[in-house]
Design a protein around this ligand. Structure first.
Ligand SMILES: [Zn+2]
Length: 306
């Protein structure tokens, strides 16, 4: 009888236990969606932008407003990257949990050391972010700090998921550290390489790899390449020794191909963030793929096959 009562008590206890709710996440960019998925594989994630879009400029669509309204946590880059659209989404969604200063709004840039910060910014400088370069998701040394803070935030919001999140974070970090050592070794072969870019989207990774940026197709950050700026670039002395023009999939490739035609440089087009393609579906895969593309170009140049 005691045993039976105990069983009934256990059944009651188990059925009274709240079913672990599925976390609803709003991710501004695909890289944060991918990292949330690493930590909480069963989260329901809405991602506002894709690798085919420029994350600086998207529309505050009604479906995105609805997703912010329903979310437990929004994970965005910050440092003004989404200044043109996120404030509108937050205001229209009026989700009390997801507002500036609340735990429901996580900005990756708050947990990273940003490069190129400016004390003074005015319009003459182009689209410069005073906080620094926000494109920090390709910074091999900063991403682990961001993911650690993200894991803590997720655990705070869903305490019942905390042990799982912590375990997955530790596994993720070990994998990232292993790959970072591999990337560091591969960077040696890239020593002395230089590229032309379009915007500062790859700056953190290029700097980490020791690949020099000798020119930018944008006349000023965020301003589209102009004919006059492109012809000025032809006079940049280092152009002759450059290895490639590196652009992102969402960018108009015409300026890069124009410069390639004038100079004979190769154009490398890579996604600026994670994609649906298995090879680049994670940040680790994306960074490895970008390094491979640069390696191929540098090796090609060394053998004179370009
Ligand atoms: Zn930018």
């Amino acid at each position: 009888m005691v045993c039976r009562n105990l069983l009934i008590a256990l059944v009651l206890l188990v059925s009274a236990w709240p079913v672990q709710a599925q976390l609803r996440i709003f991710a501004c960019e695909p890289e944060w969606a991918a990292l949330v998925r690493e930590l909480v594989p069963n989260a329901r994630i809405t991602t506002a932008t894709s690798y085919l879009q420029d994350p600086h400029y998207i529309e505050a669509r009604p479906s995105l407003i609805a997703a912010v309204r329903a979310a437990d946590l929004a994970v965005c880059t910050g440092a003004s990257l989404e200044a043109g659209w996120l404030p509108v989404l937050l205001q229209r969604a009026s989700n009390p949990a997801i507002q500036a200063g609340r735990p429901g709004l996580f900005f990756a840039a708050d947990h990273a050391r940003l490069h190129a910060s400016h004390e003074h910014v005015d319009r003459s400088m182009g689209d410069v972010h005073p906080e620094g370069n926000p494109h920090v998701h390709l910074a091999p040394d900063e991403v682990p700090e961001i993911v650690q803070a993200l894991a803590q935030r997720l655990a705070g919001i869903a305490p019942e998921a905390a042990p799982g999140v912590h375990g997955r974070y530790l596994r993720w970090r070990a994998g990232w550290n292993r790959l970072r050592t591999e990337w560091r070794a591969r960077a040696q072969a890239l020593e002395g390489a230089s590229v032309v870019v379009q915007h500062t989207g790859f700056s953190y990774l290029l700097e980490w790899l020791g690949v020099r940026v000798i020119a930018d197709l944008e006349p000023k950050p965020g301003l589209p390449p102009s004919a006059s700026h492109l012809s000025e670039l032809l006079a940049v002395p280092e152009l002759a020794g450059a290895n490639a023009i590196l652009i992102a999939s969402h960018q108009n490739p015409r300026p890069a191909y124009w410069l390639a035609e004038q100079t004979g440089l190769a154009v490398i087009t890579v996604p600026g963030t994670v994609t649906d393609n298995p090879e680049t579906a994670s940040l680790e895969g994306l960074i490895s793929a970008i390094i491979s593309r640069i390696e191929l170009t540098v090796a090609g140049a060394a053998h004179g096959s370009l």
